[in-house]
Design a protein around this ligand. Sequence first.
Ligand code: SAM
Length: 334
Amino acid sequence: MSYNINTLRLPPLPSIRDLVKLYKLRALKQLSQNFLMDERLTDKIVRAAGRLTDHHVCEVGPGPGGITRSIIKKAPKRLIVVEKDPRFLPTLNLLQESCPKELQMQIDIADITRYNLETAFGGAPKMEWTHSLPPIHLIGNLPFNVSTNLIIRWLEMVSQKSGAWAYGRSSMTLTFQKEVAERMIAPPSSKQRCRLSVMCQFWCDVNYKFTIPGTAFVPKPDVDVGVVTLIPLKKPLIDLPFKLVEKVVRTIFNTRQKYCVKGAQNLFPEDKREDLAAKLFILADVNPKTRSFELSNEDFVRICYAYNVLCEECSEIADFNFRATKFENIEQVL
Ligand code: SAM
């Protein structure tokens, strides 16, 4: 049962002065900990997530708890906060103590990249994938490097219907560096079109909600921030293993401005590269002289299925990994 937010009394957010004293802002800057202290903005992020009353919410990286307070005001049934930095435990504990008894707030000091969301949401209702959305939300303002890596990881879980997505099409509301958020929604031929655009759009309905200027954060980051919601598609655009799809899309985007066949050649061992890439585009019925950033999601779907056919014909192709020696860091290819 939800509670009356008019009678809710939460402790105030620590002031900026408290933060400087308690957590040493310079150290925070190194950890990319940029805090939102403006309640109107934290409320706006939480509003972007939609209805939360009686829902199960996981907030990642609550820090001093600005967004956490806005979530509590929406009267969820259960709130799990996952924070890596134990220095925030005292402020989060205070918040937990002042929560209404109808709200179960759980604090986990843990790294979200190793955190088991399926276990954490235990007891939440499960919905059929093609039915309505489950009452489950992931909300977070994380450091940029964490959120970009995390979204790829979570997309893989969406594709496998595991983790938070073992319960159905759980929604995500996350912040990204503005340029990354723009890449996530980028259509074919746009300046920002990249691997991340295709991977997000294959599995999710992605919406850029609004921009928060860097000046709204303490300490101020050098960039602006985009708030994005992702809702898994009832019917993903592709039904192939995530790793295979990722390999194809990444390899083709390594030569973003060139004819896509050039990038696709790197999917194959050197001695057969040109012939197999030509065969791939015939099978896929895609013009090999399209530039990679001009390819539509549907073109990529057909290229991935054609690549899968070639892999089934010859296991040497499936095992070949051009990238193993070339690109180690995800950030290099985004
Ligand atoms: N949500 C707060 C806000 O908006 O003011 C804090 C935002 S700050 C950009 C990111 C927070 O995520 C920090 O509190 C940081 O300690 C936490 N964090 C960073 N990496 C994390 C990880 N891997 N798992 C969980 N929390 C993490």
